[in-house]
Design a protein around this ligand. Sequence first.
Ligand SMILES: [Zn+2]
Length: 291
Amino acid sequence: MTAWHDLPTDIHVHIQPWEMMHPKTFATIRKGREDYPLIERMMKDPAVLVDHLDEVGLGRVGLINYVAPEIMGFTHEVNAWVGNYRDRAPGRVLAFGGVHPPACADVREEMKRVVSDYRLDAIKIHPPHQALSPDAYRDGSCPELAVVYEACQAAKLPIMFHTGTSIFPGARSRLGQALVLDDVAVDFPELRMILAHGGRPLWMEEAFFLARRHPHLYIDVSGMPPKNLLEYFPRLEDIAHKALWGTDWPSPGVKSLAAQLAAFRELPISAAAKDQILRQNALQLFPVNRS
Ligand SMILES: [Zn+2]
């Protein structure tokens, strides 16, 4: 029998407290989802998620939560929520939380809670949904972002940035540009960074460049139809050691975890590259014994 830690990690799955979402946002994500009853059960019960992972042959999933009160509805309460959820699915869930400086009374204290109390596995920053540029610490408009990066760097907590566009009402897609993260990687050279969606559909070349340039900067391949992945990243194999498997399920247009995985396995790239992307890179970034 294959142990779960020999199976792929899907680093980008959105099981979140959806009841926090604004009605318009909820309508966007709920629309056309035949599997919504399953998602609803998963939100309430981690055992349902674990059963599903066993069914589709996944070892672990990164549960992406972040804080974006104005545009999405998510508050800092997601941090306790996702930490608690992860504790009820030992080993199988990587808990991603968030911080939104404009809505946070004390960013330093929140980061202490994230690291020491909730013991989250990673942080997610969503510039288009937080209406905040990831380099806003540089011009002094949001110095607290540097506090977040320093705390993540010190605790070796990976930080994921949404890169690319977003179709949610009110999202500021301009802020999803990838190249701005070059500054963050230069200023915080030990920070483990993941560029979600590799900048798709407008900034893939920037994301590819950054993954090659910075030793601790990765991309995830979520939010793109896997069968078209080589159109987005023709030289995917050149960054196979810096790319992480992810689906973005159940975001709009992402049908199922199993179908995405099957389509990725069909790609005409080497088995070694697939293994790095599906399994090895995530094991390196998120060692099994840590969770
Ligand atoms: Zn996502």
